[in-house]
Write a protein that binds this ligand. Structure first.
Ligand code: GLY
Length: 344
């Protein structure tokens, strides 16, 4: 079976890799470079606890199922690509602002008092307590994108960077340089998915800063959520994210976002005022009208969609890869809550 995939982000690459393992022929087109869109702009959190709090049941199930797949997915990918993806499970602290918030967190799992939090992250200022999820994971999302691209190439797939799909004509995807005909087409173009077919996805901008420590300063080991931001240790830097802005396809970085993220982070860890902003970037999350992913048949024959992952594209990747590869090969059912045709 021949499949053309539009979009070499984490979804397109992971699904392509699974299809190649099942002996499909796969071409992946990308308007820029593989793994350089939202995949590289993310913070790499597998935030089952923090970001699934208000999620509908179907999305929570997808998150949990994918989280279970992550350890074997990471090991298999590192083996296939020969590259590390920095996958770790160092836990997450969701800080409570006060005693009342701590009580509200109690039904959700293990709650630590101030001393318990200080033992895990001594740099935090006067924590009231926190929800502690000891096995929450994260991954180096930039390394993940690169490793997936290598795995796709090693498995015999083709990736065509700088070749944007501009139109679909039946089973043929047209780019400025030619046409690619396939048995099935997968639209996995993230925030850009809606430009190619009637797929209701809008971009939601997010800015992140990476702080570099002064000599001798120590990074927290767990991820930390509090005061509207998250802190993620990544190598020798601390990522602080993220804004959530409706700004169209604008990916400019702003002083306002930098100031906002810094001041929120410093309210949690005052010593961060001595850290420098080493990098700042913006990415576009793909969001559907109901905030749930679009996973299944699209609006044209033999067109499939994997988009709308919004804030959890990295977490969902292993489950989406399996589910969508099966679906494209004619196996597996569409989950009604994620059916792209639900908005028709
Ligand atoms: N999942 C991280 C974010 O959306 O900012």
């Amino acid at each position: 079976m021949k499949v053309v995939i539009i979009g070499a982000g984490v979804a397109g690459l992971a699904i392509g890799w699974r299809l190649l393992q099942a002996d499909c022929s796969v071409i992946i087109l990308d308007r820029a470079q593989p793994g350089r869109g939202a995949t590289s702009a993310a913070a790499g959190m597998l935030a089952v606890t923090a970001e699934m709090e208000d999620a509908p049941e179907a999305e929570r199930r997808l998150a949990l199922a994918s989280d279970v797949l992550w350890p074997s997915f990471a090991a298999e990918l590192e083996q296939a690509s020969g590259q590390s993806i920095g996958y770790r499970r160092d836990g997450a602290l969701m800080l409570a602002a006060d005693a009342a918030e701590l009580e509200a967190l109690r039904p959700r799992g293990t709650v630590l008092d101030s001393a318990g939090v200080a033992a895990l992250a001594p740099m935090l200022a006067n924590p009231a307590g926190a929800l502690w999820t000891a096995d929450e994971g994260h991954v180096d999302n930039r390394a993940l994108g690169a490793a997936l691209a290598v795995a796709v190439l090693k498995a015999g797939g083709k990736i065509l960077p700088g070749e944007a799909a501009v139109r679909m004509d039946g089973h043929t995807v047209l780019t400025p340089y030619g046409g690619y005909t396939a048995d099935a087409v997968l639209l996995a173009a993230g925030a850009w998915s809606g430009l190619l077919a009637k797929v209701p996805v809008i971009p939601v901008k997010g800015e992140i800063i990476a702080l570099a420590p002064p000599p001798g300063a120590v990074l927290p080991k767990p991820m930390i959520w509090g005061n509207g931001v998250y802190l993620v240790p990544r190598g020798d830097r601390l990522l602080v994210g993220a804004t959530v802005q409706d700004a169209g396809f604008d990916t400019n970085i702003t002083d306002a976002a930098r100031r906002h993220l810094r001041s929120r982070a410093e309210s949690l860890i005052p010593s961060l005022q001595d850290w420098t902003v080493a990098e700042q970037w913006a990415g576009l999350r793909p969001k559907s009208p109901d905030g749930l992913p679009l996973l299944g048949p699209g609006p044209l024959p033999d067109l499939f969609v994997a988009s709308g992952q919004y804030r959890n594209g990295i977490l969902f990747a292993p489950a989406i890869a399996r589910m969508m590869a099966d679906m494209i090969m004619g196996q597996g059912a569409v989950i009604p809550e994620f059916d792209p045709r639900r908005f028709a």
